[in-house]
Design a protein around this ligand. Structure first.
Ligand SMILES: Cc1ncc(COP(=O)(O)O)c(C=O)c1O
Length: 394
């Protein structure tokens, strides 16, 4: 077979999320869409906000000259400036357009960044449970993924990191609010993380980047405040997008924001621009850049997600499921009533409820529920959860 062994291996190990999605599609064909309760994908059913439609209409009716042409690989300066201005307000660090590069989603941002900083064999630390594509993206650029554990509250174990960091450690990726746990990291853990990174940089004479995946930054509940990781380490970089806050997953619009205090920032920015080009993205979608520069202040529909979280959390805990109450994003990560999380997810599937086994996130013994769905789907899923709870004596 002429397919690369690396790709074949990647496909075999596959993504549990995609696998469940595909199995779910078959189930829906067989039993009808309305009888299958799909909580497997982080693909919000919400439509983008009205402001998005207004901007889209404006551009269709009064097109800007040259609005579909090639542009600077970093993106339109006006869009980068709008992102920088809002980010400065949101996280209290002064950014300018020169610190921002528009990208094809968070995924594009991560691939550009990892390509720019990794040499073959360089190590990148992530914490389980993790978003599975992190490991694939690291592998895309010759990096080696080091998976470290979180504690029982799903907070990264900084103590374990102390011994895991070596001279080849190039970056640590964190994600708060977190997929799949919904946990939001507090200031103390970020402080410890930053302190340790600087200590290790001094020990090895290296730079270790803190990469902060903030795709769920605007989805936080109960008035809790997002703690910006960039306050805790100068060599730090945000990767994010408008996939989740504005429900624009398919439009592929995101950005990289480099900490203005990062050393050798100009070289880093130049290399990110180069990587955006040579990876073939060229630039983030032009139309979306014209639109999102006017939407930076538009909030995410947090109240709706919080209502869904409360509804599901209250019901699942009453049924006896054991889980940490999510503080953000739109996922829950309960303990699997069966030791074998894949077997439990299959039981739920028989009951027409689709979820994802924890091992798909490097955390066997749990399962992930995505609750960015409509009310009928959430309500409809309860019967299946209840039957499973009874069957396994919760
Ligand atoms: C933690 C995390 N990072 C990145 C992504 C990918 O986001 P994007 O659509 O912006 O590429 C997702 C998508 O679910 C995610 O959960």
């Amino acid at each position: 077979m002429s397919i690369s062994q690396k790709v074949q291996k990647g496909m075999e190990e596959g993504s549990w999320i995609r696998r469940m999605f595909e199995e779910g599609a078959l189930l829906k064909q067989r039993y009808g869409k309305e009888n299958v309760f799909d909580l497997s994908l982080g693909n919000p059913v919400m439509e983008p906000p009205v402001e998005f439609v207004q901007e889209l209409r404006k551009l269709a009716e009064q097109p800007l000259p040259g609005m579909h042409r090639y542009m600077e690989n970093a993106g339109y300066p006006e869009t980068r400036a709008a992102v920088a201005a809002q980010l400065s307000l949101d996280i209290g660090i002064e950014f300018t357009f020169k610190d921002i590069i528009m990208t094809c989603g968070t995924s594009g941002a991560l691939n550009i960044l990892l390509k720019a900083i990794l040499d073959e064999g360089d190590e990148v630390i992530i914490f389980a449970p993790y978003f599975v594509e992190f490991a694939n993206f690291i592998g895309n650029h010759g990096g080696v993924t080091r998976i470290l554990p979180s504690d029982e509250q799903f907070v990264p174990r900084v103590d374990v990191m102390e011994t895991a960091i070596g001279p080849r450690t190039k970056a640590v990726i964190i994600n708060s609010p977190n997929n799949p746990t919904g946990v939001v990291y507090g200031e103390d853990i970020l402080h410890q993380l930053g302190e340790l990174l600087r200590k290790k940089e001094a020990q090895y004479g290296t730079q270790i980047f803190l990469i902060s995946d903030e795709v769920y930054r605007k989805i936080i509940y109960d008035g809790l405040k997002f703690q910006p990781p960039l306050h805790h380490h100068p060599q730090s970089i945000i990767v994010t997008s408008h996939s989740k806050d504005l429900a624009l997953m398919g439009e592929r619009i995101g950005y990289i924001a480099v900490n203005p205090g990062c050393s050798q920032k100009e070289e880093l920015m130049d290399s990110l621009v180069f990587c955006n080009r040579v990876l073939g993205y060229a630039n983030a979608p032009a139309l979306m850049q014209h639109i999102v520069r006017h939407l930076q202040q538009v909030p995410a529909p947090v109240a709706d997600y919080q209502k869904s979280r409360d509804f599901l959390y209250d019901n699942l805990t009453k049924m006896g499921y054991s889980l940490i109450k999510p503080q953000g994003a739109f996922y829950m990560f309960p303990e699997s009533p069966l030791e074998d999380d894949v077997a439990f997810v299959r039981e739920l599937k028989e009951l027409k409820v689709l979820t994802v086994p924890g091992r798909g996130f490097g955390a066997p013994g749990y399962f992930r529920i995505s609750y960015c769905v409509d009310e009928q789907t959430l309500e409809g899923s309860l019967a299946g959860f209840q039957k499973a709870a009874q069957k396994f004596n919760l």
